[in-house]
Design a protein around this ligand. Structure first.
Ligand code: GLY
Ligand code: MN
Ligand code: MN
Length: 432
């Protein structure tokens, strides 16, 4: 498994210019408020290259005369850490466990020996940390010829190079995302079985979180558990309202497993049965989602998938008389945005919104085998007076995680029920 991370570093090395150093910082603890930190979450790019989930370390990749060397700089194990947060690993344990060429402590920067460096790669978000580290390195006698960063001829944003590598998922990464999707699937099925009027949104959320935690998963993002009109608020996370019988419940919640995210939304009737108006809207969204997923093939783009979903939604909204005019005019004038105002998908991986590029060389990125993204159309109807009252406050989103292969797309979250029949049947009989 660790070889996976060695391979990634090798791949990155091939993209770096000669006589360069690359500096990648781990995440540091972030303060929630006085003395108290948030639960630690590793920087995804640092994790991608190391597999290490510890804070306050730095990876340096040195490429000199076309030879590559990976160096980790970490804190020396000390009594303070031992007492307060647990002993940190020694440099020998980092070196052997993560197959690094060299590991030194921050008080041993003189062991670095960096020469003839022309190019510097780092994540621009870490500029301040970088300046501080480089100045410490520069002050050590063995690195005095390592020119001050101001004189370095070129500085490059390493983030973009790593984001590009992260675009195609390896077999191992697909397994990790699939595991996250599997745990989310089971948690969604559980909530379909237990959902009933009288519960609070946070009770659904807490069950979801408990199931994930019991299966060694974090939450990939704060859960949206939105009953009735709350579903029309795209980033609703208060999750404190009462579930009522005539309403839908939109749940956008998913697990993160070994730092890999899934991202799943289902919309279910709180009573266990959709009414006719809810059915109409639900089936438009489902049709849009299934049509879009069928088109997820090598060579297509996320933009194209969005266009396909939009067309189905516009057609459905016209049939429901929620839009008037022609399909083409509604698309051209973006009239559908009153009901469908977000994109249809985003890359998925170490981050739920994986920051891989959408445009490369001025062109939308075309799908290749190994790319993973969401397909998540929705319709959100407010209680605007101009809209047929029967549709007010109906909000539906259906979101799945899709893997591109050389053949048909694979829906990693395919086992979460999504047809009206399957949802109603699970809600009616699932608890028994
Ligand atoms: N859960 C965030 C999203 O669907 O993009
Ligand atoms: Mn999403
Ligand atoms: Mn989502």
């Amino acid at each position: 498994m660790i070889n996976e991370f060695v391979k990634r570093r090798k791949k990155l090395f091939t993209q770096l210019s000669d006589n360069s150093i690359s500096v990648i910082f781990s995440e540091n603890d972030k303060y929630r408020n006085n003395d108290v930190t948030f639960k630690f979450r590793q920087s995804s790019n640092f994790f991608y290259l190391t597999g290490i989930n510890d804070q306050s370390i730095v990876l340096i990749l040195i490429k000199e005369n076309n030879k590559c060397c990976s160096v980790l700089i970490c804190n020396r194990p000390n009594d303070k850490d031992r007492i307060w947060t647990g002993q940190i690993p020694s440099k020998t344990s980092y070196k052997s466990k993560y197959k690094l060429d060299k590991v030194i402590y921050f008080d041993q920067l003189d062991k670095l020996n960096i020469n003839c460096i022309n190019n510097l790669y780092f994540e621009f978000k870490d500029k301040e940390r970088l300046e501080e580290l480089l100045s410490s390195i520069h002050q050590t006698s063995s690195n005095r010829y390592f020119v001050n960063t101001n004189y370095l001829s070129s500085r490059f944003n390493l983030s973009n190079l790593i984001f590009k590598l992260r675009l195609i998922k390896s077999k191992h990464e697909i397994q990790e995302i699939s595991k996250a999707a599997l745990i989310s699937t089971q948690a969604h099925i559980n909530l379909m079985k237990t959902c009933k009027a009288g519960l609070k949104e946070y009770e659904i959320e807490s069950d979801f979180i408990r199931f994930c935690m019991n299966n060694r998963c974090e939450q990939a993002y704060p859960a949206i558990v939105a009953a009735g009109k709350n579903g029309t608020v795209l980033h609703y996370t208060k999750n404190n309202s009462l579930l009522k019988n005539n309403n839908l419940l939109l749940v956008d919640a998913a697990a993160e497993y070994n730092n890999y995210a899934s991202d799943i939304t289902r919309t279910i009737p709180i009573s266990g049965k959709f009414n006719d108006y809810q059915k109409t809207i639900y089936n438009i969204v489902l049709n849009a989602q299934e049509t879009a997923i069928k088109s997820c093939r090598v060579g297509k783009t996320l933009l194209k998938i969005h266009d396909i979903a939009v067309r189905v939604i516009v057609k459905g909204l016209l049939e429901a008389k929620l839009l008037t005019g022609t399909i083409e005019n509604n698309i051209k004038n973006q009239k559908y945005k009153k009901f469908y105002m977000h994109n249809t998908g985003h890359w998925l991986g170490l981050d739920v919104h994986d920051p891989c590029p959408y445009i490369l060389n001025n062109k939308p990125v075309r799908f290749k085998a190994g790319m993973v993204f969401t397909v998540e159309p929705g319709i959100y109807i407010s209680n605007n007076q101009s809209i047929n009252k029967n549709y007010h406050n109906i909000a539906v989103r259906i979101e799945d995680d899709v893997l591109i292969t050389n053949g048909e797309p694979v829906v990693l979250s395919r086992n979460v029920p999504k047809s009206i029949k399957d949802i109603e049947s699970l809600m009616a009989h699932g608890g028994k």
